[in-house]
Design a protein around this ligand. Structure first.
Ligand code: TYM
Length: 328
């Protein structure tokens, strides 16, 4: 069985963008692949996070993963920092990646834009190496991510190939899997920008655990255009196109099918249908989230995964250490 690996970093509350671009894929694919999903908590340290808040969010993401339908029968769920081998491998990869290629990472460029060099952590610069380690350490075949993370998976591929050429076959070269619709969900108030847990207006971003009526209002007041015709045109109708992407992803239909369904509708009617789908999803996730919290079984699941992921990672790190020639 091929292996799937992916993760989310706990830098904010999870959003509808995270669900559509990533979590939904993990749930849909978990029976077809040997699935590893984790909370990328070490990645959160590239910027300052209040430590108490960070701990709370890590647990929250585990509960949301389970609430979204990740099933421990199929998925090994773990927390990155509880497997220290990831950072061991990240160091080896850092030493095999170059300032030039790291400087071309668009996430780094976006996140450091306008900031003084003294205010940008080295971790923010090298975090794609840690992400490559997360992937390569498990010999992952596929990595489902939203489009904003594709470049990082490509770096992981390059690093795997480079290492294999230099030191002999060690790492599997992973494939990114990008959803056909909803690979990038945009801010509802500023549909030129990604819907993001850290950066955007709270009116433009829907959190999976937010009050459902507030989510409904956000959809109803999403920025559109003056034409009043529902069809997909990302350039000229970014707001409507974003809502079509949300609707089609949640319904599991194509953009064309969604366009067809709303070709006679005005924006109000269309938005109501999108809002209904979002409210349905959030209600379902929130009910299950509460059940997960009450059951207290998340800790048991994490404890069970721990030994398994460490054993796999230890073997790979020992192999990489031996190939590069460190140790006795
Ligand atoms: P993160 O936490 O920013 O995002 C988690 C996942 O959600 C996707 N995503 C979106 N998809 C569609 N529309 C959006 N608006 C949107 N916002 C986020 C992201 O593409 C991602 O798939 N570095 C990663 C976490 C990570 C990781 C890994 C992922 C660390 N190690 C190894 C895969 C494999 C990150 O910051 O994702």
């Amino acid at each position: 069985m091929k292996r799937l690996l992916s993760g989310v970093k706990p830098t904010g509350e999870l959003t509808l963008g995270n669900y559509i671009g990533a979590l939904r894929q993990f749930v849909e694919m978990q029976k077809e692949y040997e699935t590893f999903v984790f909370v990328a908590d070490l990645h959160a340290l590239t910027v300052y996070n209040d430590p108490t808040e960070l701990k709370r969010r890590i647990k929250d993401i585990v509960a949301v993963y389970l609430a979204c339908g990740l099933d421990p029968k199929y998925t090994t769920l773990f927390i990155q920092s509880e497997n220290m081998y990831h950072t061991n491998l990240a160091w080896i990869l850092e030493c095999n990646s170059y300032m030039g290629e790291m400087s071309r990472m668009t996430q780094f460029k976006d996140k450091s834009k306008g900031k003084n060099n003294e205010a940008i952590s080295c971790g923010l610069f090298t975090y794609p190496d840690l992400m490559a380690a997360d992937i390569l350490i498990y010999d992952a075949d596929v990595v489902p991510v939203g489009v904003d993370q594709k470049q990082h998976v490509e770096l992981a591929r390059n690093l795997a190939e480079r290492f294999n050429n230099k030191y002999g076959e060690t790492f599997k070269v992973p494939e990114p899997i990008i959803p056909s619709s909803g690979a990038k969900i945009y801010d509802l108030q500023n549909p030129e920008k990604k819907m993001s847990k850290t950066e955007n207006s709270s009116k433009g971003c829907i959190m999976l655990l937010e009050d459902v009526e507030s989510a409904r209002k956000k959809i109803m007041s999403a920025v559109t255009d003056s034409e009043s015709k529902v069809y997909y045109d990302k350039e000229n109708k970014p707001g409507i196109s974003n809502l079509l992407a949300i609707y089609s992803s949640l319904k599991g239909i194509s953009i064309e099918e969604a366009e067809n369904k709303f070709k006679e509708s005005n924006y109000g009617e269309f938005k109501r249908c999108v809002a209904d789908e979002v409210v349905k999803l959030l209600t379902d996730i929130q009910n299950k989230y509460n059940e997960v919290l009450e059951s207290g079984f998340a800790d048991k699941i994490l404890d069970d995964s721990n030994a398994k992921v460490r054993a796999i990672a230890q073997k790979k790190v020992e192999e990489a250490f031996s190939k590069v020639g460190v140790g006795r």
